[in-house]
Structures are given as C-alpha cells and as structure tokens.
Design a protein around this ligand. Sequence first.
Ligand code: PA5
Length: 469
Amino acid sequence: MKEQQVKFYYKNVLESVLGSEHGITQKQLDELAAKTEPLIEKLNADRKAGKTKYRDLPYQAETIKKVKAVAEQVKWCENFVILGIGGSALGNIALQTALNPYMYNLDDKQRKGCPRLFVMDNVDPMQMSSFLSYIGERLDKTVFNVISKSGRTAETASQFLTICQMLENKLGKDSLNKHVVATTDLKSGTLRKTADTFGLTTLEVPDGVGGRFSVLSPVGLLGAAVCGVDIEQLLAGAAAMDKRVSEKSFYKNPAAINAAINWHYYNRGKRISVMMSYSYALKDFADWYRQLWAESLGKAKDLFGKEVFVGPTPVKALGATDQHSQVQLYREGPNDKLFTFLAVEKFAADVKIAPAPAIAPELGYLSNRNISELLNSERLGTEYAFIASKRPSLTIAFDEISPYTVGQFIYLLEASTSLAGMLFGIDAYDQPAVELGKEATFALMGSGDYAALAEKIKPFSQIDDKYII
Ligand code: PA5
C-alpha cells in the first residue's frame, strides 16, 4: 500500500504566479535557502544536544506502553473529561476533531464503545455550571484527566478543586484514585504533590517539552488512546516527518521552506498568517497552530536582548464557511496576509448530492456529485481567486486524514516553528509576556504573595464615570 503523505505545496507564492510586487523570485528563494540551511544544521545539532526535547517524542516506546495501560485502566468510563488549558488542551481538542467522527459524542454507534470526550479549557461560569450539572449526574461513570505541567495554572487548578470536591461529596474520599488521572511534571509542582498525596494514577509531561510542543507526549496521547485513536500510527507519522524536516537541503525540507517563506513575507509587510482549513476535521488544528505560532514567535527581544517586537499574527479560517464571511476582505482588503490552505485529497466518508428537481435545472450541475468534489472545487476556486488578487498562499495537502498523516502534520508545524524562531532570532520556547496577566489575576484573587501588585492594579480597574456613556 502507498504510504499516506502530507505534501507541502508552495508554487502559489512564486513571482511567476503572482508577479514581482507580491511574488518570490528564484533568486530570493535561493537567498532564503542560503540563510536557512545553516539553521537546519543548527537545529539538528541542538536536538542532539538535548535542547529540543519535543523532537524525540515520536520515539517513546515505554511511554506508549504506559499510556495504553492507563487507557485500558479507565476504559470502563462513559465520559472522559480533560481539565487543562493552552498546550494542555488545544492538542487534545484538535486530535479529537481530526480523528473521530463529527457526531462522536452524541452517537453511541459512531463512538464504538469508547467514552465521550470533553475538554474543559476555560473558566467561564455559565459554561462550567452547565457542564457540572451534566457531569455531576454521571460522576460514577466519569474519569477526569487533569493536565498541568506546573499544577498552579489558575484555570486548571480551580476546575480540579471543584471536581475533587464533587467526587468526594458524591462518591466518597476514596473515589479520587479511580476517577482522576493526573498528567504533570515527573518530580515537581503542585499537581505532582497532590497526585502523590492522593495516590492518583499519573503520567508525565516530559522534562524540557513545553506545553505547546507537547501534544505527542502523554498530554495528547492519553485522551487520543482512550477515544480509540491509534497513537502508534500518530507517532509513526511524526517519525516519518522527522526524517523530512531533518533534511539538510532547503529544497527537500518542508519545514525549512515553510518557515523561510513565512519569515520572508513577514519582512515584506505580510504579517498576518491565515490558516484556512478546507476540512472540518482539521479546523481545530488551526487553533492549535495559533497558539504554537503566537506564543513561540511573538517576542519583544531577540536572543541578544535587543528589542525587536516581532511575530506574525496567526488567524484561523474554515472553508467553505468563511468564503461567506472572510474572503471579501482576504481578496480586496490590505495585501498583508500569507494564507496556508489545509487540503484533503481523499475524505474518509462522502455524501452524494441528490438530483436537482425539474423545476430547478440551474442546480443540475450539483446532481449526483460528491460533497467532497464540491468542497475541493471551492478550495481550488478560492486558491485561484487569491492568485487573481495577487494574494500568496501555501497548501498543506493530506492524502487522507489518518493518525499517520496527522502525526506528520503536527511534526511539520512544530519543526517549522523552531526554524521560524531561528530566522527571527528569538527564543521560540518561552512565553514571558503571559506572566504579568497571570500575576495580576493572582493579585486580584487575593493570593498573599501579590498584595503589592493588587494595590497597583486598583487605579486601572476602578471605573471612571467620566468615560461611561
Ligand atoms: O505552551 C505553554 O507552555 C502554555 O500554553 C501552557 O501549556 C499553559 O499555560 C498551561 O500550563 P500548565 O501545563 O503549567 O498548566
């Protein structure tokens, strides 16, 4: 059988397609190759030196065994609830949408004996209250996977505390170890301490792997395995892409070309990066990508401490839905965007359109055609329309959506992020700017360590009547 692939297509950024004002010439591509090839070598060397631990996630036979054992242990449940945020949630949501059917949670038949999956990645009171009322009546058939590397993340911690109390009140103190699995740091942190105290089953967030690069670790693997996804194939796909993105030659390395084209356009004023999926199943990977790209590349300082304030703004779009919402802007608004289409050659399921009635002969072109033909024609039509407006686009094409191709896609985007970070000259693995807002929240919530900060925030949080109309 031919191996399913993820292909990277970049012709629609070339000068020969878009003209010189918006296209990239062969000379510019060669210059990008010369700049990027040493960075590929450096990234490969960094990996050998243990500086990019996420690169080793495809090769974790022991972890797979452990994840599968925990998945087996909780397979009695009817509801599997993930408590986490950011890198602890987005990969789980994306894997579920991509690899399980649209009606998975609602249709027992489509779930094939696996539990429903819920990912609670916010602390919205109305959302949580509705969810708790639903899950509270099903606690005895529910397992919670609390995921937090630090264990101190306010959103996850508040959910976890609430759930623990519900479990204790309804099922007794001893219920925690049956109903909760904690995924956290191996040794340190609040969640590790709590898990060890209560004797919870635990899985590890590997050392040196940041949240947004952790989907191929137990952070994403447990939820996927519990919901019937073939996690070995997922990692096999990532391993296959590892070979391609380690390739020293720029023109053979899809991550290098992707990162370089994104960086090039950023420097030419196209600072918005739109990921437009022409597959509902892949739409949540655009959300996952938003975090990966934004937290990794949006930085005030370069590696030498010089202020640079860089970072492309990632935007999510869905075809064909957003053709009726965004495409007007994308074609006629400012030419400040680079588009990445997600395309699928062969969909796992299809629907035949019914014949048009005699009174509507103008719909005859749809009769007996497949919905997949319509969606892919809309994608090609949009690509064509973008070229007519001189808008550059890349396409990442999946032969099919499967664990194997999804693993390739994840690894391609992660390696692209590392290389883009190197091109921008910044640290792609930290996120210092999220701290102040977190600390301000601790202060406003009365956490003792931040009393002085709470005083500082007061003048900004008091409403000034002068400005209310
Ligand atoms: O990419 C990251 O590191 C962050 O988005 C984290 O995943 C997020 O803040 C959650 O952190 P934690 O796992 O410590 O709860």
